[in-house]
Design a protein around this ligand. Sequence first.
Ligand code: PRT
Ligand code: ZN
Length: 304
Amino acid sequence: MTPATPVAGRDRLRIAIQKSGRLAEPARALLASCGLSWRESRDRLFCYGESLPIDLLLVRDDDIPGLIAEGVCDLGIVGRNVLCEQDLSGKVNGSGARFRELQPLGFGGCRLAVAVPDSWTWRDASQLAGKRIATSYPQLLSKWLAEQGIEAQVVLLSGSVEIAPRLGQADAICDLVSSGATLAANQLKPVLTLFESEAVLAGPAAELEDVRGELMELLLRRLDGALRIRRSKLLMFQAPRELLPTLLPLLPDAEAPTVMLIDGEERLALQALCHGALTWQRLEELKRAGARGLMVLPVEGLLA
Ligand code: PRT
Ligand code: ZN
């Protein structure tokens, strides 16, 4: 593989995303919310950017770090698990990091966990010593085992890892878990979390110097806005004027709220952009503190 040097003459930014699978739709939706649109090609592997010179390459997620490292793509949306596993294997092979995480994207959340048969009485990690552990993430698992000082046999499987103990191929597994339903269906229980993952925007280890660097900056700015919008809600309510000092501390995640006096200045109407989750519990707490007519509205656009 050649290092991440820009391919001469390319003045369009190219982003690799998963063609199909868990991250495919959310990745496209996120990029679309940044104002990108594309013309689909007939083979559906390449999408030509129409609103901006930013094209999509639709590939398998495992290929994304390599495509960035080779300079075939400038950016990619991929699970942190895939990025770190391949980063470690690059380091193990002596070639060093050629890609890096630029921005977590807030979807595709999961964790890499060790799971053991339900029948095990679990105490601690030392029980893994001398055991066979099946995984598709040999680098992340080996690194963790080395850090813990545990000697165990890593059994590399490319798929269906959770069935390995029943087939007698392994004693335990190390695999991605989200709901945990797959583990439970295979009479396994998660006992340790090695690594927390989510979809991330990945880019080359070195900065892009040409026009693509400017496009990347523009995209990162829009992504930042789009991600903030996803987390943000507009909260509105009314309350007696004198309750403001009690109500404001209940809004620690709000940007400087707008407060208007109404009803002959007896009452206030407040609106605040909140960046944390506005749960029922929080709304009930505000109501108990005197807020009335509480309303939570989605935010369509945000420009600081
Ligand atoms: O075809 P391609 O190679 O592109 O896709 P893939 O089959 O390798 O990947 P895909 O689409 O399954 O996953 C893409 C990425 O989604 C992963 O690299 C993770 O970053 C992320 N992700 C999030 C997950 C899960 N959640 C997840 N639950 N990837 C896999 N799983 C597996 C899990 O291991 C279990 O076997 O899904 C199964 C169901 O999980 P539970 O815990 O909800 O039962
Ligand atoms: Zn894959």
